[in-house]
Design a protein around this ligand. Structure first.
Ligand code: UD1
Ligand code: BG6
Length: 370
């Protein structure tokens, strides 16, 4: 079942052009007179209610939480509805306020995660509209929500989620497009995103060609104790998700850090030995990332910079950084491109360090107990 691949995680990383194609199949519309849109069959009767809700709350655990975080900015931008984020167990611990006027969106690959399910029961009993985004037809979350979207990424076997992550982000971006469908002022922006969604599988195919480079980078990093990952804006989630992948499979300590918080603590860790990945692809916050790079360099940080193809010179003029150059897509889609080389890095680090890639120590694919 692994075909030409040695591990399921590797197969699932390389499958992403196809899984994303499946996720978008029949859901993107390029109609007459350049009218473009999305059709999410499971949500079409509920879009008005979601648009009118007082708040959208994304709820999930692990990688599924990170996927919602990656897509949060575009949901805010296109819907105008305030969006908050909840880790399912934390919402339950706090019994945080949820109201009838809220839309609670549950993101879960398996659809069976105990904490997420409990948060669903809690939100339902508080009267919120409950929406599911899951990969598993007939799962508890698919059944228990009022409506939702199946991500159709295909069965995921590796415990560390990879293709489900990129498909979850793609679905939430399509949800944002559907919610913004009634606004003329965002039409151009939405059209540009839809055009790039069509091209996304090809761009993912391009970025998968970095496999060899990521293997080389993994060989350089394999003896390290720790790896920091700085991101912001659309790619804060990319930093968290890279760190989660690295720690869960390669068993190396790794921490994803919001770059805007660098001076409030993390900077103290920086010296000439600790490797640091900075995600600095082109978007509204890349000039801020450029200055983060300069400040880390001033402290002799060992930098690995992820930048847009052609930006190497401006992001690292003295050429002392190792670079990961990726193709550019619309800013909100960039997290889907950027995570792919980092998934490959986590994969190769694990193999080189001699650990079990598909079934990491102490972890389960589906956490059905609390
Ligand atoms: C559906 C069919 C698909 C078919 C397409 C044709 C299913 C599972 N999907 O896809 O095979 O090709 O119509 O138009 O039969 N739902 C929830 N919670 C969730 C996820 C989904 O309640 O977490 C509900 C949706 O609201 C919807 C149904 O499940 O009523 C199916 O969702 P989805 O598969 O996303 O719908 P379509 O893409 O329309
Ligand atoms: C487990 C998995 O911890 O549950 C992770 O190992 C996953 O990969 C997390 O992100 C949440 O699972 P789900 O199925 O709710 O997305």
């Amino acid at each position: 079942k692994k075909g030409n691949f040695e591990h399921f995680m590797q197969k699932e990383i390389h499958e992403q052009p196809d899984s994303l194609t499946m996720t978008m199949r029949g859901r993107l519309i390029r109609g007459e007179q350049k009218i473009k849109g999305v059709l999410l069959g499971g949500l079409k009767d509920h879009l008005k209610t979601i648009r009118r809700s007082r708040r959208i709350i994304f709820i999930g655990c692990g990688t599924s939480y990170n996927a919602a975080l990656a897509a949060r900015p575009i949901v805010e931008e296109l819907s105008g509805v305030p969006v908050t984020m909840e880790i399912a167990s934390d919402l339950i611990d706090r019994q945080g306020p949820i109201y009838r006027e809220d839309t609670a969106i549950f993101v879960s690959q398996s659809g069976e995660t105990a904490d997420t399910l409990q948060a669903l029961e809690y939100a339902k009993s508080n009267g919120a509209l409950c929406v599911g985004i899951t990969n598993t037809v007939g799962s508890a979350i698919a059944r228990g929500t009022h409506c939702g979207v199946h991500i159709n990424a295909g069965c995921e076997i590796g415990v560390a989620s990879t293709k489900a992550y990129t498909s979850q982000i793609a679905v939430i971006i399509m949800l944002a497009l559907a919610l913004g469908d009634d606004s003329l002022s965002t039409q151009q922006r939405r059209n540009a995103i839809i055009d790039d969604l069509y091209n996304l599988p090809n761009k993912v195919r391009d970025v998968l060609k970095l496999d060899k480079d990521m293997k080389e980078l993994a060989a350089l990093l394999m003896e390290e104790q720790s790896l920091l990952v700085f991101g912001r804006g659309y790619n804060y989630a990319t930093a968290l998700e890279c760190a989660l992948k690295v720690k869960e499979v390669s068993l190396m300590h790794s921490e994803g850090i919001l770059a805007g918080e660098m001076k409030h603590g993390p900077l103290a860790l920086v010296d000439e030995t600790l490797p640091i990945i900075v995600i600095a692809t082109r978007d509204a916050s890349s000039s801020k990332q450029q200055s983060v790079i300069q400040q880390l360099k001033a402290r002799k940080g060992r930098l690995i910079v992820m930048c847009t193809e052609g930006d190497a010179e401006s992001m690292c003029p003295d050429r002392t950084c190792r670079l990961i150059e990726v193709p550019q897509v619309q800013d909100c889609l960039q997290p889907i491109i950027n995570i792919v080389p980092l998934q490959l890095l986590a994969y190769h680090l694990t193999v080189l360090r001699g650990f079990n890639v598909d079934q990491p120590r102490n972890l389960a694919k589906s956490v059905t107990t609390q």
